[in-house]
Design a protein around this ligand. Structure first.
Ligand code: CA
Length: 348
């Protein structure tokens, strides 16, 4: 029988270890980019937003974080939907004709998980015309997709992290917390309990929890005691994203200093950083990024879409060059994870 000499054994162990270490460092290098690429609703440029298929594709494209928008069902189950309505991404209006509210909308909160699971999820469409919002994307009503629960999605991502030995993070958003509370439901509390169950509960974990509602962001930190990274999203007051929140104030140096006492970053709209280009074709840059960085806040603006760019940009690359490397934001939300990953990897 072949027998290893002690020295040969030692060499073999060293060799095996070096293989493990180099494999790990390759994987670690692949896991996180110097600029965070957040897969906005998965890979909606290619597959219906927030379907597990869309998340899997974005994962495979090399996203650093995958985004979840969270609303509650009637039976208090967090599900992944961008709006708290079902009628712009599912066939709810056909299946449950009589269940719209007076405003004609179908609210996720009026349906049980079993009812929502009976619906087909599809590409986002205009509920008046029935036509796709982005005509060049995945065709309407093709194949079969379902609205996922938060747990299903976390288990998908953690499962992929195990099988691919990566550490791709989650970027959940608590949607419309004031609306949920008016309906008698504490969405943040329910979501935070699930996050803790799956190991997302401190700043070293691969998670950013985001919310537009500044009152809720403070409540999540102070009253609910959440210790993970928090991102305060910034809207415009005119959008009606969060009642009793003054985004004009939050965008000021003083507002950002207030945010920095609670949160780790901000998620502004791109236009809040570059409102427009001047007559000499130079970008007008607000002091939002400078003020946020001076307060130690990270900045992840939304949303970079090759098929829906600001009018000053011809390509997503041009917009990413300006934001990521000229202005110096720390990451971005994109519908095109593949385009963003390729761009930042070519920069490293
Ligand atoms: Ca979102």
């Amino acid at each position: 029988m072949f027998k290893l000499t002690p020295n040969f054994k030692k060499l073999a162990v060293v060799f095996a270890l070096s293989q493990i270490i180099s494999a790990q460092s390759v994987l670690a290098a692949e896991t996180m980019h110097d600029k965070l690429i957040v897969a906005h609703r998965g890979a909606p440029a290619y597959l219906p937003e927030h379907s597990l298929a869309s998340k899997t594709l974005a994962y495979g494209m090399g996203a650093d974080y995958l985004e979840q928008d969270i609303v509650l069902t009637k039976d208090n189950v967090p599900v992944i939907l961008h709006d708290h309505y079902l009628d712009t991404v599912t066939n709810v209006a056909q299946v449950f004709k009589t269940r719209a509210r007076e405003d004609g909308r179908y609210y996720a909160i009026d349906f049980t998980l079993a009812e929502i699971k009976s619906l087909n999820l599809t590409e986002r469409f205009n509920r008046e015309t029935g036509k796709a919002i982005y005509s060049g994307r995945f065709p309407l009503w093709q194949s079969t997709f379902k609205v996922p629960t938060l747990v299903e999605e976390i288990e998908l991502i953690q499962g992929l992290n195990k099988s691919t030995r990566k550490n791709v993070g989650i970027y959940p958003e608590i949607k419309a917390p004031a609306f949920h509370r008016a309906e008698g439901k504490d969405i943040s509390k329910i979501v935070i309990e699930i996050l803790a169950e799956y190991g997302y509960d401190d700043k070293t974990d691969a998670i950013y929890l985001q919310c537009f509602d500044w009152n809720e962001t403070q409540r999540i930190r102070n009253e609910l005691g959440y210790k993970g990274k928090l991102v305060q999203l910034l809207a415009e007051n005119s959008w009606g994203e969060a009642p009793n929140v003054d985004f004009d104030y939050l965008k000021t140096a003083q507002g950002l200093a207030d945010i920095a006492k609670i949160a780790d970053g901000i998620g502004p709209w791109m236009t809040q950083i570059v409102p427009e280009f001047d007559a000499n074709n130079q970008p007008i840059i607000t002091d939002l990024v400078k003020n946020a960085h001076e307060n130690g806040l990270q900045i992840h603006p939304y949303t970079f879409r090759q098929d829906s760019l600001p009018k000053w940009a011809k390509t997503q690359e041009e917009a990413m060059q300006l934001f990521l490397y000229d202005i110096g934001v720390d990451g971005l939300f994109t519908d095109f994870t593949d385009v963003a990953v390729k761009f930042v990897e070519n920069h490293q």
